[in-house]
Design a protein around this ligand. Structure first.
Ligand code: ADE
Length: 231
């Protein structure tokens, strides 16, 4: 047990899928996995372990933002022997090449957070996905007939930005989209010698101001899950 996870030792598989929403974790467990059991429920941040195509796999909510995912990722990697965390989330498009529901594989993550100060690095740490996971996810997507966008994302500490044009600076650096967690996930994985990847579905666009509905998001989510579950 850890301060935020009340699962028994060995309760998690080596690979954990992490949506932001714990009810999404419940949905994945109930709809995609077999022989599933709930392994943790502290603060209703549900975590489940089951099987997909006969292979043990876990799914757990991360919550929103860097502080939240950093707690769960650290505890899973450090205390539960987890080797791979695959974040499955949503993002806001910064690039005009992205349409709603497109899939983004976050090759790297930039941030406006001070998270890296925790590590006292004498410079700027570039947070990147594990290459093997990235390559496999890319190939899985292609096999499913999906053309994923691969590149940089911004892991922002702020959802409601006071300067409504600030995102254009990131766009000018070819940052594809914004979300709020991957920089911490990738940094923690690097620091602990573990593997991580973020797969995102575009839920809104800063370029076109278009947004998806919750119901539409649910449907588009299937593509992302198939890429992630077959890693
Ligand atoms: N996740 C999905 N859309 C987002 C946005 N516009 N900003 C931050 N995180 C997001």
């Amino acid at each position: 047990m850890t301060p935020h996870i009340n699962a028994k030792e060995n309760a998690f598989a080596k690979t954990v899928l992490m949506p932001g929403d714990p009810l999404r974790a419940k949905f994945i467990a109930e709809n995609y996995l077999e022989n599933v059991s709930l392994v943790t429920d502290v603060r209703n941040m549900y975590g489940y372990t089951g099987e997909y195509k006969g292979k043990k796999i876990s799914v757990m909510g991360s919550g929103m933002g860097i502080p939240s995912i950093s707690i769960y990722a650290y505890e899973l990697f450090n205390f539960y022997g987890v080797e791979n965390i695959i974040r499955v989330g949503s993002c806001g498009a910064y690039s005009d090449k992205l349409d709603l529901y497109d899939i983004v594989l976050a090759q790297g993550a930039c941030t406006n957070s001070s998270f890296q100060e925790n590590y006292h690095i004498p410079g700027t740490f570039s947070a990147i996905a594990d290459f093997d996971l990235l390559l496999k996810a890319y190939n899985n997507a292609k096999d499913l007939g999906i053309e994923p966008h691969v590149g940089n994302v911004l892991s922002s500490d702020v959802f409601y930005q006071d300067d409504v044009n600030a995102w254009k600076k990131w766009q000018s650096m070819d940052v594809l989209a914004v979300e709020m967690e991957s920089y911490a996930l990738y940094t923690i994985a690097a620091n602990l010698g573990k593997k991580a990847l973020t797969i995102l579905t575009v839920s809104d666009s800063l370029v076109t101001q278009k947004e998806t509905t919750a119901e539409e998001r649910q449907n588009s989510f299937t593509k992302m899950m198939e890429i992630a579950l077959n890693l």
